[in-house]
Design a protein around this ligand. Sequence first.
Ligand code: ZN
Ligand code: ZN
Length: 403
Amino acid sequence: MQKQKQTAKRPSGGSKTQQPKKPITLWGAVIIAVAIIIASVLIVGVFSNEFRELLTGGNGLEVCEKEHNGICEKNHAPNYSVADLIDFDLEAIGLEIHFIDVNQGDAMLVKFGDEKTMLIDAGTQGVYASGTAHNYYHTAGGNTVPSATRNKYMNYLSSNLDGNHIDYLVVTHPDADHINMLWTVVDTYSIGTVYANDAPSVNSSTGSLYLNDKIKSEADKAGGNVGEAIWVGESGADFKDIFGAQSDYTVDIFGAGYGFSGHSSNNLSLMVTIEYAGRRVLLAGDAETQAENAFMAKYSRGKDIDLLKVSHHGASSASQQSFIDFFDSIGYAVITVGEQNGYAHPASPVMNRLFNAGAVTYRTNRHGNIVFFVGEDGSMGFKAEKPVPVENNSKGAPALMIA
Ligand SMILES: [Zn+2]
Ligand SMILES: [Zn+2]
């Protein structure tokens, strides 16, 4: 079938009558100019962050398109991907890092194959009532932690540990959300070696002195629950290699030193690096800018990080841009953070930095308990209590969530 060609026909017949040309009036010119300006403004407004900054008088990131519990998710939310579940050989695991969901706080368990176990922090900020964050600061014995939270945590430990011994305990710093379940741990388990800082005056109100007294007295008494205590950072910034060259695992504990002034317990945070089977992990505690700077000045191992435990629950006083940029790559990130935490953690600028770095991000407030596995062959994967989408996978890396 032949397509009919439609052509516009000039009306036939009749001669064209020439209309006299009208000069464009001044008002016409004004209307055209205004229309052009409005069109330009709309086009620029839609496409330019800079223009938005002009309108909002601040950083373009402040323009929030989606909020979640008061957290702006402008830049990373559109890049969620539903986690594709992967098959993973859990029989040949050489390294497990458990990020235990304790609401707002840090509580990690590291298992080095069948050989050694390490606990890094044992804290929580407690429960939340009416959407309000409650600070459960330390009192002797950690009695202010709600028993339900403590029981859940202790049950998690007992179901993931054989026996009642833990080889290493790393106390990153003496803030309540990192230590206030520690007493129960020390009373329940025997500890081989404690790594902590012994800074004398920082944050004693939240238990630093009590913590160290407790550790010291346990370490000193015959038959006590703590074998020995090693203070990290006492004589300035340093790394302690705790397994030695013969081990399959390279584990360094970094202390930034005791020299920071003011309320700076976060900058006392010990940071832990773990290398195994070609994989590299950095657990950054609550280190803020000063500690990050000290770390960068001393760090000499590889700069491709497979997993970053984001510092300070994603606070904007940490994870400075130069720290993120210091590494050649950051494959995956875990943020330990409570729902409705009252601090708006994780902070939008930090999430945006992780987004730009393409660091596929897991969060305890969304994924619940998160376990990172490294196989003996260097394969890796995550097991999440709640298999919900990951964030910040702007470079298209797989979520590596294990079925
Ligand atoms: Zn802290
Ligand atoms: Zn903290």
